[in-house]
Design a protein around this ligand. Structure first.
Ligand SMILES: [Mn+2]
Length: 396
């Protein structure tokens, strides 16, 4: 009895301080709602430039340790950058992409181009934080990333089958539904542990690989004498092929790097890739690029790996191995829109290295593309003529 009275006194006392009388026994939350701030201005909302940092202000959870967090799509940071051949710094990529996403939010996620808001499909999207990868031991870090990915991939989905355009039941070995994960790199090496994890669920994976580079090299002669040193951001696909993780239906888009010679292309084909070069966009156009990608991967389980260096470094300078003369952001966004409806099992955006950025442009581009990846996962087919475009405006 005494305890109840003192609780009542505390509640009454605090409400009195705020100048509002609350009946004895009212819940504390009610008292808090009567603070001078909330009484006058309402909830303490996060503005685009305020609040804790999560992707697009989504709920943030340490999903790797918290099994109670439910999601259909997880955003997961992999701040790994100790296997690069040139400029390091992509460990800050997840931070830069989240920071670049601050003007995005779920309730304002509709775009004319997609005629869609990916957050309005009944799927739950959560920012699951970062994998605490070792910056001191690459073998350890790669195992940590695989373990983290598998931890999330094995969680159940929460949305109903009707509200979700994708299904794993037909393509997963265990005939179960699995969530989709969008990974924020990190250097491109993160794809090896991701493919190891995905392979356990889906078997061989086809990859749609946006990149200025092949990333199927076997390693610099003489510079990679140990098994571990062979695993870099330029060799991981070759290693994945040796491990039997890939299908024979993968494809690069946007390649323009310098090569040793045509031997590199021969080896690339042996790894399972076909090639769309940067110049193909001028010679054949965006629709033909989309058609070739879709034909190549068909209905196989497909993973989208997006290296930010596929974009012209004049537009997206913050990356480790820039190559001159790349695609524009607008061209890339249009190709991504054409890929909706494929059998996507995951996606990433890698090699954002914000130490080389200017005015946050690269982080903003990367965050915008992640928003596109969400629409790509959550819509059945590419959008038709963009809403609001000239084709839909008869008055013009
Ligand atoms: Mn790459």
């Amino acid at each position: 009895m005494r305890g109840v009275l003192s609780l009542g006194f505390v509640l009454y006392g605090s409400s009195y301080v705020y100048g509002h009388q609350v009946p004895l026994g009212e819940h504390a939350a009610h008292v808090e709602s009567e603070s001078p701030w909330t009484a006058k201005y309402g909830p303490q909302i996060d503005l685009p430039f305020t609040g804790p940092l999560s992707f697009s202000h989504l709920p943030y959870s340490r999903c790797l340790e918290d099994g109670s967090t439910e999601f259909d799509v997880a955003v997961l940071g992999m701040p790994f950058d100790t296997a690069v051949t040139y400029r390091p710094g992509a460990r800050f990529g997840p931070f830069a992409i989240r920071s670049g996403s601050r003007r995005q939010r779920a309730e304002r996620g509709y775009s004319l181009a997609w005629d869609n808001n990916p957050y309005n499909h009944g799927s739950k999207v959560v920012d699951c934080g970062d994998v605490p990868v070792s910056p001191f031991d690459n073998a350890l870090a790669i195992d940590q990333m695989e373990t983290a990915y598998t931890t999330l991939l094995e969680r159940p989905v929460v949305s109903s089958e009707e509200s979700r355009p994708w299904s794993s039941v037909e393509i997963a070995k265990d005939k179960r539904e699995h969530p989709r994960i969008i990974s924020l790199g990190g250097d491109h090496t993160i794809v090896l542990p991701i493919l190891r994890s995905l392979n356990k669920v889906y078997g061989n994976i086809s990859v749609i690989h946006f990149d200025a580079h092949l990333d199927t090299w076997e390693g610099y002669k003489g510079q990679t004498p140990t098994d571990q040193s062979r695993i870099t951001h330029g060799t991981f696909f070759s290693v994945a092929r040796e491990e039997g993780l890939l299908s024979n239906a993968s494809i690069h888009a946007g390649v323009r790097c310098k090569l040793t010679g045509l031997d590199d292309i021969e080896h690339d084909e042996a790894v399972g890739f076909k090639l769309i070069t940067t110049d193909d966009i001028d010679d054949h156009g965006i629709s033909e690029i989309i058609r070739r990608i879709r034909d190549r991967v068909g209905d196989t389980p497909v993973y989208l790996s997006f290296d930010i260096d596929v974009i012209d470094p004049g537009l997206a300078p913050a990356t480790g191995t820039p190559e001159a003369g790349g695609w524009t952001v607008r061209e890339v966004k249009r190709i991504i829109r054409g890929l909706a409806g494929l059998n996507f099992v995951g996606a990433d955006i890698v090699e954002v290295s914000p130490g080389y950025d200017h005015a946050e442009v690269t982080g903003i581009i990367a965050a915008d593309l992640v928003h596109d990846f969400l629409s790509m996962f959550l819509t059945q087919a590419p959008p038709k003529a963009p809403k609001g475009g000239l084709a839909s405006r008869q008055e013009l």
